[in-house]
Design a protein around this ligand. Sequence first.
Ligand SMILES: [Zn+2]
Ligand SMILES: [Zn+2]
Length: 134
Amino acid sequence: MKHEHLLKSHQLKATPQRIAIIELMYHTGHISIDDLYSAIRKKFSSISLATLYKNVHTMLDVSLIREVKIPGQKTKYEIEKESHAHVMCKTCGELKDVPFNPLVLLQDTTRMSQYVAEEISIVISGVCPSCQKK
Ligand SMILES: [Zn+2]
Ligand SMILES: [Zn+2]
């Protein structure tokens, strides 16, 4: 129900496939298109990769979801939420959100480079607590 509302509040028709996509993103936190595709096919066996891409891009266009670009990995997608950075474990591949306010960084960068900043993405890689114990 909540996910249906999310689609409608972005002026998108809440189709069963779209609801399933949002649900998968919500439960995994971050998901690649490949993982999304194999998970969604369990429910909608006839969905094509092209249709899935189309739905994902429609949701990107209205900023319901966003891309998370991770160096050396496939792009993942997540539901749009308050700004945060990502920490990624080099051992097990875990990707987690960490609270982060980019405002100061954006202001400094804009001032120093004279660029009009549009997007900020921060991924910090390292070793997660459970991999440190191994
Ligand atoms: Zn790990
Ligand atoms: Zn995230």
